[in-house]
Design a protein around this ligand. Structure first.
Ligand code: KG4
Ligand code: ZN
Length: 378
């Protein structure tokens, strides 16, 4: 089954052609980062306008790279939510119009389900190349950690056909009560004038700092141990910066960048950062990573699973990957990540998640609409 997937929930316009849930024939992602960079975050109105401009060429390019025409597509899947409503509607309406006019099966997919499936998709591709790689197992605990979400799920596969899992169920175990982890990275980077998005740049610069010199402490909360909270940590960073030399240094960096819309070379940026700033970044990253790993491992223990999946843009973080692998090894869990390309928003994960639902006979019709808030597994 060949599925055309379309994803436009935030600031990436993406289309992909995926066969049988795992053979990626094409995956195109048109990033809007240069448009939003000067604002230090995604501007919803600009995002939907940009999706409008790009959706048709991005879908055409995915079909061209896959070497198929629309007639040769078996079904069309779109992201239904959660996300920015104007952005979501562009991809959803485009895909729906195509499906209706071509009389193809059509389905809406939860963006978070897509992220969860990115891990399985990666694993199935890896195992096709190297059968000695362990299969990403079920049930598992999945951490979806991105700019918009920080959620922990208990994921079960309710039916397994030979080597191909078929139906899934999701239970939300906990989520952030305030900022998402990626949002905290982006806000700290903005505060310190390090450019946008903040995650990749902090990942890079933190390697030159010493987290032991900046102890930001554990994130403590009452109630559900699998919930997250990152706004306090962001405020702790703010207090260490405000009115200090670090603030003056950040102001200088801001003036140096002078509202540039260009991506700043990380090495050049590093030359504009004092050791104290690099230590603060290392301390901040360490605090986020420790919290994500500990709560996820706690959930995996509570649910008595063997496998942990980690997905979403923050899953690209090198310290998070290292720390997860180390901690999982010590505790006897297997941990699975998608490649960085499949960790950030993409349409291959939407097409892949759709495959299993379509195969089970699920279809949506002309009344399908987008939802900015669209919980999974509650
Ligand atoms: O999954 P994604 O592309 O979009 C959302 O659904 O939000 O994630 C984007 C987020 C941004 O906040 C970005 O700063 C963060 O992922 N990110 C990272 C890294 N790469 C991207 N955060 C930490 N370390 C990274 N290497
Ligand atoms: Zn996402």
């Amino acid at each position: 089954m060949r599925v055309l997937g379309i994803e436009s929930s935030c600031d990436e316009t993406a289309a992909a052609v995926v066969e049988d849930g795992w053979r990626i024939r094409a995956s195109i992602v048109a990033s809007q980062i240069p448009i939003h960079r000067k604002f230090g975050g995604v501007v919803p109105e600009l995002a939907s306008r940009e999706h409008l401009k790009r959706i048709a060429p991005v879908v055409d390019e995915a079909l061209r790279q896959a070497g198929v025409n629309l007639e040769e597509v078996d079904a069309i899947a779109v992201t239904q939510g959660p996300g920015l409503i104007g952005s979501l509607l562009v991809g959803l309406v485009y895909g729906k119009a195509m499906a209706l006019s071509l009389e193809k099966p059509f389905i809406g997919i939860n963006h978070l389900e897509g992220h969860i499936h990115s891990v399985l998709l990666q694993n199935r591709m890896d195992r096709a190349n190297d059968a000695s790689i362990p299969a990403a197992g079920f049930p598992n605990v999945t951490l979806v950690v991105s700019g918009g979400h920080t959620c922990l799920y208990f994921v079960e596969c309710t039916a397994e056909e030979s080597d191909t899992p078929s139906q899934f169920s999701y239970k939300l175990l906990g989520q952030t009560r305030d900022d998402a982890a990626g949002e905290a990275f982006d806000k700290v980077a903005k505060l310190l004038a390090l450019g946008y998005p903040g995650g990749p740049v902090i990942d890079r610069l933190a390697r030159y700092g010493d987290s032991r010199r900046v102890e930001l402490g554990r994130i403590r909360m009452k109630g559900n141990p699998f919930d997250f909270s990152f706004s306090g940590l962001k405020t702790a960073v703010l207090y260490r910066v405000r009115g200090t030399d670090l603030q003056a240094e950040a102001d200088e960096r801001r003036a140096w960048q002078n509202g540039t819309n260009q991506k700043i070379n990380p090495e050049e940026l590093r030359a504009h950062c004092s050791p104290a700033t690099l230590d603060l970044l290392a301390g901040f990253q360490q605090a986020v990573v420790t919290d994500l790993v500990e709560r996820t491992l706690g959930a995996a223990r509570a649910r008595q699973v063997n496998s942990i999946f980690v997905a979403g843009g923050v899953a690209c973080n090198s310290a998070l990957r290292d720390h997860f692998r180390e901690a999982a090894n010590l505790s006897g869990f297997k941990v699975f990540f998608p490649s960085p390309k499949l960790s950030t928003d993409n349409a291959a994960m939407i097409a892949s998640a759709a495959y299993f639902r379509l195969r089970a006979g699920e279809r949506d019709g002309a009344t399908l609409t987008a939802h900015a808030s669209f919980p999974l597994g509650v």
